[in-house]
Design a protein around this ligand. Structure first.
Ligand SMILES: C[S@@+](CC[C@H](N)C(=O)[O-])C[C@H]1O[C@@H](n2cnc3c(N)ncnc32)[C@H](O)[C@@H]1O
Length: 429
């Protein structure tokens, strides 16, 4: 097995260091300091390893996104018996440390284009190395992510998991990352491109993700679907297809993260890659396949054709999570004691909500309680009461991990309004 080390990569004269790795001045005031895992709401490792952030880009708020990545990696290691990770934009190297320590990775290549971070990354990884004796299970490099990915590919040095924690859009790195993944490997993508998902820059979303995205009420779910859709498109160019294992939106940023499994062979049916519409008049959302593209319209229960209809796409219209994979992640989290205590309670809740959301009878999108209430011209009914009533009436319903005041349901908006109004009569809310 060839292991890539910084020495095998020759510096490129064209390599530019990012001008300002942290565009938000708010974060530039971070002073060098030492954190313990438990101090920053990361899970405490058995070895109690400390890490430093120095002047690198580091966000406490991303801890949950890192937790999810570690759980997925650990389950992969358990099921495949191997785990080589490329942490392509590692910052201070916290993920690399955690992939080694918690997911028991066999090897991690920690890369960050900014070579001023080298001391901090090396310091953190050396502590991890001490925990495992002398075995050299990691390497550090400082190249543009595309360069490191391409060189690994050229040396046939493939990875089981590639983590792209980029600023803005991830699409620039998709092709090289997919080429450098092992068969059925995991690709952990991050995008902070909230403007595109909000429909505020349709030409940017078209350029980056191949999707023309317009403003819709559930724009944060659109953001996740845009990210997956971009990967679907790129994968099919390379003769691969992707399966989302989990999708996670966090309002801290905002940040859109998806864990994808990349498999060989184009997916024959395109039923999960199409268009999403929102009817401004009746408030219903629907997804359309390529075949239905010419007939996009909305008919509400009165059979009148509503207008106008806002259409975005093509996007991923299939499941955001794999219920089986999330269940395995939950089991692991339980085994590791990551739930049931105050630090882990949130992760527990998030995973369970994702599991609920993966019910295949639930459609795309979510309905915000305040939108429903304003359409019904009543105060918003209590979310739990609404959910129970929808279930009693035979509809599928769950909460959304994206918006705390929203429900996902296959009940049309007009029916939701009727139920909400009836509840009002009973409960006088
Ligand atoms: C969001 S931060 C990474 C945070 C880190 N993964 C964590 O969880 O704490 C993004 C990092 O990517 C680096 N970076 C930006 N552009 C890059 C590129 N083209 N290639 C490699 N690294 C890059 C930045 O220096 C920055 O440290």
């Amino acid at each position: 097995m060839s292991i890539i080390t910084p020495k095998t990569l020759t510096p490129s004269p064209f390599l530019r260091k990012p001008q300002n790795p942290n565009p938000n001045p708010k974060f530039r005031s971070f002073k060098p300091q030492v954190y313990q895992f438990h101090c920053i709401c990361e899970r405490q490792t058995e070895r109690g390893i400390e890490f430093e952030t120095g002047e690198t880009f580091f966000r406490h708020e991303s801890a949950k996104g890192r937790d999810l990545g570690i759980l997925a990696a650990a389950f992969y290691k358990q099921s495949k018996g191997r785990l080589r990770v490329l942490d392509a934009m590692c910052g201070c190297g916290i993920r690399s440390c955690r992939y080694l320590l918690e997911a028991k990775a066999d090897f991690v290549l920690a890369n960050d284009a900014n070579d001023e971070y080298r001391g901090v990354i090396l310091g953190n990884l050396k502590k991890v190395e001490r925990g495992f004796g002398d075995a050299r299970r990691w390497a550090v490099s400082h190249f543009d992510a595309n360069r490191v990915l391409t060189e690994c590919y050229l040396q046939r040095d493939f990875f089981d998991l590639i983590d792209i924690d980029s600023f803005g859009s991830d699409s620039l790195f998709l092709r090289s990352a997919m080429s450098t993944l092992k068969l059925n490997g995991l690709l952990y993508l991050t995008s902070t491109d909230g403007y595109s998902s909000g429909g505020h820059r349709p030409y940017c979303s078209l350029a980056a993700y191949g999707a023309y995205v317009r403003p819709m009420p559930c724009s944060n779910e659109i953001g996740l679907r845009m990210l997956i859709g971009g990967a679907v498109r790129e994968a099919s160019l390379l003769g691969y297809h992707v399966t989302p294992l989990f999708s996670y939106y966090s309002y801290h940023g905002p940040v859109f993260r998806v864990m994808l499994q990349v498999n060989r062979g184009k997916e024959h049916e395109n039923r999960h890659y199409g268009f999403i519409s929102y009817c401004n008049q009746c408030g219903n959302t629907r997804s359309f396949s390529w075949e239905e593209l010419g007939q996009i319209s909305c008919s509400c229960s009165s059979n009148k054709v509503c207008s106008p209809v806002t259409v975005s796409g093509p996007l991923w219209t299939g499941p955001l999570h794999s219920a089986t994979f999330i269940t395995e992640m939950l089991n692991l989290a339980e085994q590791w004691g990551w739930m049931g205590n105050s630090a882990g309670a949130d992760l527990d809740k998030l995973l369970r909500r994702m599991l609920d959301e993966s019910d295949p009878s639930l459609p795309f999108g979510y309905i915000k309680m305040d939108e429903m209430a304003s359409r019904a011209k009543i105060n918003s009914p209590p979310l739990k009461t609404m959910m129970t009533t929808l279930l009693e009436e035979g509809y599928a319903v769950s909460r959304s991990h994206i918006a705390s005041n929203a429900i996902k349901t296959n009940c049309p908006m007009a029916e939701c309004i009727r139920i909400a109004k009836e509840l009002r009569g009973v409960d006088k809310f």
